[in-house]
Every structure is written in C-alpha cells, then in structure tokens.
Design a protein around this ligand. Structure first.
Ligand SMILES: CCC1=C(C)/C(=C/C2=NC(=C\c3[nH]c(/C=C4\NC(=O)[C@H](C)[C@H]4CC)c(C)c3CCC(=O)O)/C(CCC(=O)O)=C2C)NC1=O
Length: 169
C-alpha cells in the first residue's frame, strides 16, 4: 500500500535519483491539498451511514428494476450486500483521498472484483452509477465544509469506476 510520498521515493530510489523539480512539484501539490484531504475524510467519516443510505436510495430511484424480482438488489440479502459494497467503496475512497494515491484501491478493493461481479451476475453499470452518486454527495458536503476546490475528490471514485468498467478484450 502506498501514498504520494512512498510511491515517489520508490520511483526515485529505483533509479538512484535525488528528488528533482518534478518530484518537488508533485509533493507541493500534495501538501497544498493536505488540509482539504483531511476535511474530506472527516466529512466522509461523519456522514458515512447517510451517504451510503441516501446514495442507495438515489440509485434505486434511478434504476428501479434493481429492486424488482430478478433485479440484483431484490431480496433483503442482495439489497444489504449492495449497500455493504457501497460502504466499502466509500470507506476505501476516504483512505485513498488521504493517501493521495489509488494503490490501496487496487490492492484491497479492485483486485478480482470485476470477475466476482461477473460471475455472480452483479451488473457493473449501476454499481458505477452508485459510486458516482456518492462522489457527488461527498464533493457537495466538502464544499459545504469549506473546501473550495473539490476536484481532488474525483480521483479515487473515478479510479474505481474506470477499473470496474474496463472491458476485457
Ligand atoms: C473490500 C472489498 C470488497 C468488495 C468491493 C466486495 C464486493 C462483493 N460484493 C459481493 C456481492 C454482491 N454485491 C452486490 C451489489 C449490488 N447489487 C446491485 O443491485 C447493485 C448494482 C450493487 C450495489 C451498488 C450484490 C447484490 C451481491 C450479492 C450477489 C449474490 O450473492 O447474488 C461479493 C460476493 C460475496 C458476498 O456476497 O459477500 C463481493 C466479494 N467484497 C469485498 O471484500
């Protein structure tokens, strides 16, 4: 598992280089967003249950067939599994936001996930939508908490949806 700093050091040490201008630029931008990252993680922590619940409600409103017989959130077991998955995505996104790096997502969340979903028949497109809904909620809350530029919040959520959507060739 890596963050901005450890991945930078690994990269430079691998080729025996001192930290150069590019390294400093990337460190600077990480430190400049540091407080905002902490605010975003705090916001997620304080609102996680409601983000998952409201995000789920919005998803089921947009894709109501998920809840109907034959849908993948039909039966309380599947409904609960779906919200639990949403909670995983949110919690790991908060880790990745603090780390400034998506490595934790690759290692802990995405490895084998698409294959698992495909073999169970869980549809990817509404899952992706669910992750994007939570992203928008977190960005709105962070903005309310005083974060001016919330664009850094896109990274972990977009990374998960990109990896999940990737097609096998
Ligand atoms: C921490 C990393 C991690 C992730 C991400 C994870 C996901 C994950 N979701 C699963 C199931 C599931 N996931 C869903 C999800 C959904 N149903 C819908 O209608 C929506 C499209 C979607 C919610 C947004 C459902 C319904 C199941 C149960 C499928 C079944 O057993 O039939 C399973 C199969 C095993 C189980 O049921 O627990 C895994 C491994 N597990 C992990 O340990």
């Amino acid at each position: 598992m890596r963050d901005v700093i450890t991945s930078l050091i690994k990269n430079y040490d691998g080729t025996g280089r001192y930290l150069d201008r590019n390294a400093m630029d990337s460190l600077k931008s990480y430190f400049e967003t540091g407080t905002a990252r902490v605010v975003a993680a705090t916001t997620i922590n304080a609102n996680a249950a409601s983000i998952v619940k409201q995000g789920g409600l919005q998803l089921f409103e947009e894709v109501p067939e998920l809840l109907r017989p034959g849908g993948y959130a039909y039966t309380t077991r599947r409904y609960a599994a779906c919200l639990r998955d949403m909670d995983y995505y949110l919690r790991y996104a908060s880790y990745a936001l603090v780390a400034g790096n998506t490595d934790v997502l690759d290692e802990r969340v995405l490895q084998g996930l698409r294959e698992t979903y495909n073999s169970l028949g869980v549809p990817i497109a509404p899952t992706v939508r669910g992750i994007q809904i939570m992203k928008d909620m977190v960005k709105a809350m962070a903005k309310e908490a005083g974060v001016e530029d919330t664009s850094f919040i896109d990274q972990p959520f977009d990374h998960m949806t990109r990896e999940l959507s990737e097609q096998d060739i």
